[in-house]
Design a protein around this ligand. Structure first.
Ligand code: ATP
Length: 453
């Protein structure tokens, strides 16, 4: 297997060049840890989210969907422990006025030039570490001073716990069952860098699985396996994925067991998803603070209990970054370097490019007809007639399009097109009438990263 050529800089520049992801507020000089998704980035992100919904909801009988509010009652965060404990230790530099995470000083850069580690220069003047809450505050009400303080959610999970009783009653569920949610969360992260790995606002894909207490360990083990398999099934190379169990002193206050799914990013092994056995902490806390009963009564056995919760919590942006890093590849084609995203076809923003060889002789018209047939078959495609064919292939390779269809003079004679495979570069002629069927078959076939060969 050749050495991996991917670096974070290459990913950042490809994302900008091909319009997947842009730095936010760029015309104003940017804003730290904040990015915008462009056309192909939106499509890629949506495919990741769709794959998650499919695994969590569509392909099973025991999980239902939820979309809860970003701003909940402020007491939510008192009960969850976030108000008191969701903090990072920060130090300020009185000299350069910058702020650093006390536990990240060894990787931070001081404000002066040439930059050093904070505290390294004689002129640095660091304060003691102080706890700084990561929740963004806002105010509800028309008058700023008279309004009440509320918080942007730092995780989607709490909205699920607040709806536990609704789902139990209305969706007629009994443990074991789960509630899944995808949505934005917000954290006032101050450690800069590493592209979309750590951002101020980010989408989470979280699922809370409520189980009888005696079954918690078994379900925890089940979700560790299931989540690892999800990433592998979408093409992440198994040697770039691992599960790391938290040491007892690393565990969150609520957790009796947590493991991180880690991916070998260009910055090293880092968390992609956390899977926690949260016990009955959250339901018990919300019951205590709200005064409402949050428990399950089994009419068959007469048993009453507070379910335990297993939580797989993943980040959409971090998953997108892992899929991009895993897919990034370079090779040589006709003496020229080619950059190619070897994305799993299910994740690729565009599945097939439709390219007339020439912009004349009836080729664009026939190509439009081919594209209409692909649209009718619900295969995401893109039409492109601008520039040399080689450059058009290159553009599609860089956004990970697994197939390209070329319409040439022969197509007008015998209604066949060439079908090019992004990874093998093999080209075969296919009848236009068979094209959609052939693509559906190929797109559904098992796929393995060519980077493993
Ligand atoms: P980290 O240790 O990296 O700060 P965490 O352990 O606090 O992450 P969780 O609270 O377990 O993260 O959140 C679940 C998932 O949400 C993470 O695995 C990650 O994919 C995603 N996530 C958390 N914080 C951020 C962030 N600031 N930017 C992007 N994704 C994030």
């Amino acid at each position: 297997m050749p050495a991996d050529v991917v670096t974070m800089d290459k990913i950042v520049s490809l994302c900008k060049r091909r319009g997947l992801i842009f730095p936010a507020s760029e015309i104003y000089g940017g804003i730290a840890n904040t990015y915008d998704y462009g056309h192909y980035g939106v499509l890629l992100k949506q495919n990741v989210v769709d794959a998650w919904w499919r695994a969590m909801v569509h392909d099973r009988d025991d999980i239902v969907a939820l979309d809860s509010a970003i701003i909940q009652h402020p007491r939510t965060w008192e009960a969850s422990g976030h108000l008191a404990g969701f903090t990072d230790p920060l130090v300020d530099c009185r000299a350069c006025k910058l702020r650093f995470r006390a536990d990240h000083l060894d990787v931070a850069s001081c404000g002066r030039k040439p930059s050093k580690r904070p505290g390294e220069d004689a002129a640095c003047d660091l304060t003691e570490a102080r706890d700084f809450n990561l929740m963004f505050e806002t105010t509800i009400g028309p008058v700023r001073d008279g309004g009440s303080t509320a918080y942007l959610r730092p995780e989607t999970a709490q909205g699920i716990f607040l709806n536990f009783r609704n789902v139990l009653q209305v969706a007629r569920r009994k443990p074991p069952f789960g509630i899944a949610q995808v949505g934005k969360s917000f954290r006032n992260e101050i450690t800069p860098g590493n592209f979309i790995f750590r951002t101020l606002e980010f989408e989470q894909m979280e699922m809370e699985f409520f189980v009888p207490p005696a079954e918690a360990e078994r379900w925890y083990a089940y979700w560790l396996d299931a989540r690892m398999e999800w990433y592998r099934s979408l093409g992440l190379r198994p040697d770039h994925l691992r599960l790391r169990a938290h040491d007892p002193d690393e565990l969150s206050h609520y957790s009796s067991g947590t493991s991180d799914v880690e991916y070998l990013f260009p910055i090293g092994w880092s968390e992609l998803e956390g899977i926690a056995n949260r016990g009955n902490f959250d339901l018990t806390q919300h019951a205590r603070v709200s005064g409402e009963k949050l428990e399950y009564f089994d009419q068959a056995t007469g048993e009453r209990y507070v379910p335990h919760v297993i939580e797989p919590a993943a980040g959409v942006g971090r998953s997108v970054l892992a899929f991009l890093c895993d897919a990034y590849d370079e090779d040589e084609l006709g003496g020229e370097k080619r950059t190619v995203l070897r994305l799993h076809p299910r994740l690729a923003p565009v599945k097939v490019a439709v390219l007339p060889l020439l912009r004349k002789d009836g080729q664009p018209e026939l190509a439009r007809e081919v594209r209409a047939a692909l649209m009718a078959a619900a295969i995401p495609s893109e039409y492109d007639e601008s520039g040399a064919i080689g450059r058009r292939y290159r553009r599609q390779d860089e956004i990970g399009t697994p197939y390209a269809v070329t319409i040439d003079h022969q197509s007008l004679e015998d209604r066949t097109v060439t079908l090019r495979d992004r990874d093998t570069l093999a080209q075969v002629r296919v009848a236009i009438d068979d094209l959609a069927g052939e693509l559906v078959r190929r797109l559904a076939a098992p796929w393995r990263s060519p980077k493993l060969d």
